[in-house]
Design a binder for this molecule. Structure first.
Ligand SMILES: N[C@@H](CCC(=O)N[C@@H](CS)C(=O)NCC(=O)O)C(=O)O
Length: 248
């Protein structure tokens, strides 16, 4: 009987969560939900803040991924999500869009910040490269929740090889691409790449020092007031914790 009650309560919370997710965004603009860490949330939020579109995030929605009130926490909405994971964008019609790259592309498309012609192609390349960097980083660099030698994480040797051998060719390629073209501008793809590079620069501040074109572009995005608003926790999303950390 007790189990039945719990199951019924779980179902009700899920139904309320689905209803809330569908209804809330209908007032216009879109909504973003994520955990309070940078990881895969910083990119979509930067793209949203730079887009000029109307949007609401965790803070304004009262969404607290772990331990938030009924319908406003990850556990309650997980079963209603397209892939059971965050980040989530909810459109003004209540449609749910998951997968970070889809969210970045969707905002870029509605805001016209995805670039056109060659800029569009470069923006797409940067999204794909940012995903490659994220996957590589996630395997080799500890996070605030996962130390080395745990789960998919490699060991200290893999961590060292990541910084000294694996990452540098990627940065060199980005430097070449940035120098050869018209820069990466503030396209949605550029902002998503920035969100990943920024997380690496928090660990190694001199990371881009020997890549002047990339460093100049990075500094330009970093110095933008919209970026400052997001990084300081003043955006509608609220504060982000650093996710990847230095090997202790
Ligand atoms: N491919 C997905 C991965 C999303 C993902 O891994 N989300 C994690 C947080 S970074 C999550 O929701 N974890 C909780 C869970 O899987 O229950 C994307 O890029 O959006």
């Amino acid at each position: 009987m007790h189990k039945l009650t719990c199951a019924a309560a779980g179902f009700a919370a899920g139904a309320i969560a689905a209803y809330v997710l569908c209804k809330r965004a209908k007032g216009g603009g879109f909504e973003l939900r994520y955990f309070p860490v940078m990881a895969k949330g910083l990119g979509p939020v930067l793209v949203a803040e730079h887009s000029g579109q109307s949007w609401k995030g965790n803070k304004e929605l009262g969404f607290i991924a772990r331990g938030g009130p009924p319908g406003k926490n990850f556990a309650d909405i997980k079963d209603t999500l397209p892939f059971g994971q965050l980040p989530l964008l909810t459109t003004s019609n209540g449609e749910m869009i998951a997968q970070t790259t889809a969210i970045v592309n969707y905002i870029g498309m509605i805001a016209g910040t995805e670039g056109s012609g060659l800029d569009y192609a470069v923006s797409q390349m940067l999204i794909a490269e940012a995903e490659d960097l994220y996957a590589m980083t996630n395997k080799n660099v500890p996070t605030i929740v996962a130390p080395l030698n745990q789960g998919i994480k490699g060991d200290k040797a893999a961590y060292d090889a990541y910084w000294s051998e694996k990452l540098p060719p990627h940065l060199d390629n980005l430097e070449k691409l940035c120098k050869a073209g018209r820069g990466f501008h503030g396209t949605s793809g550029g902002l998503y790449l920035f969100s990943i590079l920024h997380q690496l620069c928090l660990i190694v501040p001199a990371l881009l020092k020997s890549r002047p074109a990339l460093a100049a572009w990075y500094d330009q995005i970093l110095g933008d007031p919209r970026t400052a608003k997001v990084l300081s926790g003043e955006s509608s999303m609220g504060a982000f914790k650093q996710y990847f950390i230095e090997e202790p």
